[in-house]
Design a protein around this ligand. Structure first.
Ligand SMILES: Nc1ncnc2c1ncn2[C@@H]1O[C@H](COP(=O)(O)OP(=O)(O)OP(=O)(O)O)[C@@H](O)[C@H]1O
Length: 290
C-alpha cells in the first residue's frame, strides 16, 4: 500500500512543532524511518495509524485520505500497528490475548479466530509458548506477540514504532528478520533510532530531524552522501578537535579515531569507506553541527 504525505504538519497544544511540512512518498516493501529521540517519528506513526489528527496537510494511504472519517474507516481494516508501548494483560496467555484482540477487531467467528491465531503463532515462532502467561515472556517474545496482534486482519500496511529498543542482539536480529519476511507485498514502515536495523532490512528510508524531513531515498544514496566526510585519524592519544567522533580504538601506543566531518579534521586524516551510520551522522552533522 502506497503512502503519500503532503505538507503534513503537527503542532501540539502548548506550541511544540512536532512535524513541519512533511512531503513523503513510501512505496510497497520495507521502509525505514530514522530519527533521534523527539524527531517526530511517533507523531508521524500515530497520524498514519489514524490515532492522531494532523494540524494540516494530507495523508493518503492507498488513495484514501486518513485525515477524513471516511478515509480512516476505509483503511482501518487494512492497517496493522505495533505501538512503542503495547499494553498486554500479563495474566492472559498469548493465545488468550490474541483471541481477545481478534474479537475487538471484529473477527466474530470462533473457528476463524482459532485458525488465524494458530497461523500467526507459527509466523512469529511462538506456538510452543502460546499457552504460557504473558508475564513470563521476554521482551522479544512480547514484541512478537505485538506483531501477531498487528497482523490479525492481514494488513496491507504494517506500522511498527521502535520495536527493537531494549532487545538483546539475538532477539533484535530475529525480530527484524521477521519484519523483512512480512514485507513482501505489504508495506512495512519501521520507525527506529537504530541505524543498523534499517541498514539490514530496508532498501529505502526517510530521516526526520526536529520535525523536518532531511532525507528520503535509497540506502545507497545516504551512504554515498557521506563520501569524503568520514576520516580515520591516528594520534598519540589526543582526539581531533573538530568533527563527530564515531569510534575510538587503541592503536599501537596511541589511538585511532573514526570521525565524521565535512573537511579533514586533521592534516593526517585519511578518507574512510562510509557506512549507513556515517551517512546518517553526516546528515545530522549538516542539520545541527556539534
Ligand atoms: N502529546 C504531546 N503533547 C505535546 N508535545 C508532544 C506530545 N507528544 C510528543 N510531543 C513532542 O513532540 C516532539 C516529537 O515527539 P515524538 O514522540 O513524535 O518523537 P519521536 O521521534 O518518536 O521520539 P522518541 O524516539 O523519543 O519516541 C517532541 O518534542 C515531543 O516532546
Amino acid at each position: 500500500m502506497r503512502i503519500r504525505l503532503s505538507q503534513l504538519t503537527k503542532t501540539y497544544k502548548g506550541g511544540v512543532h512536532a512535524l513541519k511540512g512533511i512531503d513523503l512518498d513510501v512505496p510497497t516493501g520495507m521502509y525505514g524511518l530514522l530519527g533521534s529521540n523527539g524527531a517526530g517519528k511517533t507523531t508521524l506513526m500515530r497520524i498514519l495509524a489514524g490515532l492522531l489528527r494532523p494540524t494540516s496537510g494530507t495523508v493518503l494511504l492507498g488513495g484514501h485520505d486518513v485525515t477524513t472519517k471516511e478515509g480512516r474507516l476505509a483503511v482501518q481494516r487494512t492497517l496493522g500497528y505495533l505501538p512503542q508501548d503495547l499494553g498486554v494483560y500479563p495474566d492472559l496467555t498469548a493465545r488468550q490475548f490474541l483471541d481477545y484482540i481478534a474479537l475487538l477487531k471484529g473477527i466474530d467467528e470462533r473457528s476463524a479466530r482459532r485458525r488465524r491465531i494458530g497461523e500467526l503463532l507459527e509466523v512469529v515462532a511462538l506456538t510452543e509458548h502460546a499457552d504460557r502467561k504473558l508475564k513470563g515472556y521476554s521482551g522479544g517474545m512480547l514484541r512478537r506477540v505485538g506483531i501477531a496482534q498487528a497482523l490479525l486482519n492481514d494488513p496491507r500496511l504494517l506500522i511498527v514504532d521502535e520495536p527493537t529498543t531494549g532487545l538483546d542482539p539475538e532477539e533484535r536480529i530475529r525480530f527484524r528478520t521477521l519484519l523483512s519476511r512480512l514485507a513482501g507485498e505489504r508495506t512495512v514502515l519501521l520507525s527506529t533510532h537504530i541505524v543498523e536495523d534499517v541498514a539490514q532490512t530496508c532498501r529505502y528510508l526517510a530521516v526526520l530531524a526536529k520535525g523536518r524531513l532531511v532525507f528520503q531515498g535509497d540506502v545507497g544514496a545516504l551512504v554515498a552522501a557521506a563520501h569524503r566526510q568520514v576520516w580515520t585519524v591516528t594520534t598519540s592519544g589526543a582526539a581531533p578537535s573538530t568533527g563527530r567522533i564515531v569510534a575510538a580504538l587503541p592503536h599501537g601506543s596511541g589511538m585511532r579515531y573514526r570521525v565524521v566531518a565535512p573537511v579533514p579534521p586533521d592534516p593526517s586524516a585519511r578518507p574512510a569507506e562510509p557506512t549507513l551510520e556515517d551517512g546518517y551522522l553526516a546528515l545530522m552533522e549538516a542539520a545541527a553541527p556539534v
